[in-house]
Ligand binder design. Structure first.
Ligand code: PMM
Length: 306
């Protein structure tokens, strides 16, 4: 707080950008807390993401929002410049980099640990150069297989998300006999490609890709079977925040809950994921998930005394 002229987290989303007086040392992945589930805050610098699109469309509003999440306690800030919602239009890597690089630079300078949410190798490389520490590729290496070489050479942690097809085709590819078994097998196949490219097993974080080529029932089945993902032997990230299957669950009078009405349900999933030992959750609303992690950790730590 001492390095800021104005305390973040206190003003509305459009409050002026807090002025950084002195840069902080860069945060390191190795310094992340262990022994509890981490909370990754979502920062979409896009005009069209499904739940926060347009909110942080300029660098200044995005940086202010990222700083608010950082000072609220987010362990990682996940910065993205391209919407991945079903049916979203492609964004050129140049435009994506124009959106994310200044935001990453400012957040890293403030001491935040940043991940880059991209399917483009050139954007991942530009983000690493700007100080990002983690590559979050929702395509699961399917868009640009050469991403594996960047992951190997940079030694950056890599979030490997399960997805079939792309933003336009994935909804038609949600056909599974055993969704958890098939997701694990398909993730293992991509994981093996990463290892063959020289990526270390410790660099890999697996994500079941909720909502990516999965219908509502399949998302719930994956959450019920998170332990099967553990069998891969990597850290597990759960990214359910505000997703459509939560809106459907919370339908009232035939109307699905709007994205911003899904945060309590998101925190409930955080509690379940944390209790099951997930490495991290990826959420829009950081505070309730931090509380949910504390609750899950406390229950897990309680011992029967009689
Ligand atoms: N979902 C979105 C974007 N990025 N990254 C990971 N690792 N896992 C996800 O499920 C995921 C993601 C969907 O859009 P959002 O940014 O609006 O949540």
């Amino acid at each position: 707080m001492d390095s800021l002229a104005a305390a973040p987290g206190t003003g509305p989303a459009t409050s002026p950008l807090p002025i950084l007086r002195k840069p902080r040392p860069a945060a390191k992945f190795a310094d992340l807390p262990t022994g509890r589930t981490l909370v990754m805050g979502i920062l979409n610098v896009t005009p069209d993401s499904f739940s926060d699109g347009g909110q942080h469309a300029t660098a200044d509003t995005a940086i202010a929002a990222g700083l608010r999440m950082f000072y609220a306690g987010a362990d990682i800030i996940d910065v993205g410049g391209e919407s991945t919602r079903p049916g979203a239009e492609d964004v050129s890597p140049e435009e994506e980099q124009r959106r994310v690089v200044p935001v990453i630079e400012a957040l890293v300078k403030a001491g935040a640990l940043v991940s880059i949410d991209t399917t483009h190798t050139s954007t991942a490389a530009a983000a690493l150069k700007a100080g990002a520490a983690i590559i979050n590729d929702v395509s699961g290496l399917t868009m640009e297989p050469e991403m594996a070489d960047l992951v190997a050479s940079s030694k950056a942690p890599y979030i490997l998300t399960h997805r079939r097809g792309d933003a336009r085709t994935m909804n038609s590819l949600a056909e599974y006999k055993d969704v958890a078994g098939e997701v694990v097998a398909e993730l293992a196949g991509v994981r093996d490609k990463l290892l063959a490219a020289g990526v270390g097993p410790d660099q890999i974080i697996v994500d079941p890709g909720l909502g990516f080529a999965k219908n509502d029932a399949q998302n719930w089945e994956l959450l019920q079977n998170l332990d099967q993902l553990d069998s891969l032997g990597h850290r597990v990230l759960v990214a359910a925040s505000r997703k459509r299957f939560l809106g459907s669950l919370l339908t009232v009078a035939g109307k699905a809950a709007a994205p911003e009405e899904r945060d309590a349900a998101t925190a409930a999933i955080t509690a379940i994921s944390a209790f099951r030992g997930a490495w991290a959750v990826r959420v829009h609303d950081v505070g309730p998930s931090l509380d949910a992690v504390k609750v899950a950790s406390r229950v897990a730590a309680a011992r029967t005394t009689h």
